[in-house]
Design a protein around this ligand. Sequence first.
Ligand SMILES: Nc1ncnc2c1ncn2[C@@H]1O[C@H](COP(=O)(O)OP(=O)(O)O)[C@@H](O)[C@H]1O
Ligand SMILES: O=C(CO)[C@@H](O)[C@H](O)COP(=O)(O)O
Length: 427
Amino acid sequence: MALVAGVDSSTQSTKVVVVDADTGTVLREGRADHPDRTEVHPDEWWRAYREATAGGLLDGVSAIGVGGQQHGMVTLDENREVVRPALLWNDTRSADAAADLIRDLGGPDSWADAVGLVPVASFTVTKLRWLATHEPDLAARVATVVLPHDWLTYRLTGSLVTDRGDASGTGYYSAAQNAYRTDLLELAFGRAPELPRVLGPSEPAGTTSDGVLVSAGTGDNMAAALGLGLGVGDAAVSIGTSGTVFGVADSIRADGTGAVAGFADATGRFLPLVCTLNAARVLTATAAMLGVSLSEMDALALSAAPGADGLTMVPYLDGERTPNLPDATGSLLGMRRDNMTPANVARAAVEGMLSGLGAGIEALRAVGTDVKQVRLIGGGAQSKAVQAIAPEVLGVPVTIPAPAEYVALGAARQAAWALTGEPPTWS
Ligand SMILES: Nc1ncnc2c1ncn2[C@@H]1O[C@H](COP(=O)(O)OP(=O)(O)O)[C@@H](O)[C@H]1O
Ligand SMILES: O=C(CO)[C@@H](O)[C@H](O)COP(=O)(O)O
């Protein structure tokens, strides 16, 4: 029995699964936390990877793949040393740079036509503009720009490579043309640093010093789609640090409003996606405010009536990306003396968080991605209140797949594909 491993290096933690390459059965798992910041040195991801795989977790593994949080700006100097801590997808300091870039290219539609997305603070291209403007001395030292999963793959193999899925979230790669747009990189940064080579879906990146085959890796949402085995027409909602709604499509879905990002997937197709900044942590922050555990918060939310007796939470606790309101703060609306109960506050948090994702489903439909039902994954999908309330708020049937690390499983599936040359037929 061959073993393959998959890594999910996401915002809050690294998770690793070791699975049977023939069946996809999970045999071993490891995890380690990341720092809770929006600016993180990549060494922290390597430390977490080492911690998550300690104690022989990878013994006997023939191939491994890495799924990583999308968009983070990792800058390397001419010796391939990290120039500065990475700015993550949820760091909003580049919001003004995004607005400047939209103006520089002639408006949102010009970006949607060029690279399938309209700049917001999350995307790598805006972080590079911010760096060039605010830290010119550091910018001058940048020889190479990669994404979080590319950097981990580089640490494992010494190869500077990426995949089409993660590249499509940079803002300087056209998934429709399958080519970098170095002109847009120059527009943002003043010059075009070296970029990783884009591998095909089953093309290996190289091997580790122990001889383990390493697959191309991909962005965490692309890996989740692979882990769930989504086909064209299928859709999923992930409630992790970010909230995402995405579906698999056979052609690009560009959206000049900027709500939908026309990403590529990890199989050669497309992954139109809407992302919110406020998801599972709305639940944890509300539970902390109420002084209750997550399961007590579930019970409170489920004890309140739909609509929370008129109490509405707009949960923009970390600013917001969709809609593009990077400086927004949250609001609690409709407060009356008789509805200000812990149960209504808990319910309003769940409903408010899910409403942003419901709007995401509408945005996907508006660009021609029909969403008839969704699979609900991510840490927040374990909430009993979320599970019960999601169908009402999202307006579609919701399936809860068996709890699993779907990003890590998708990365493992890609590793098995690279190992055997055939996409695994795991159920
Ligand atoms: N039962 C639960 N109810 C609500 N939130 C939960 C529950 N279990 C986990 N979470 C939250 O889910 C988040 C982690 O989800 P995950 O998908 O692993 O995130 P990421 O991949 O972004 O690191 C954490 O904020 C955690 O507190
Ligand atoms: O920016 C996006 C998608 O465009 C985020 O979904 C990141 O990819 C981080 O994901 P999680 O850590 O929440 O899984």
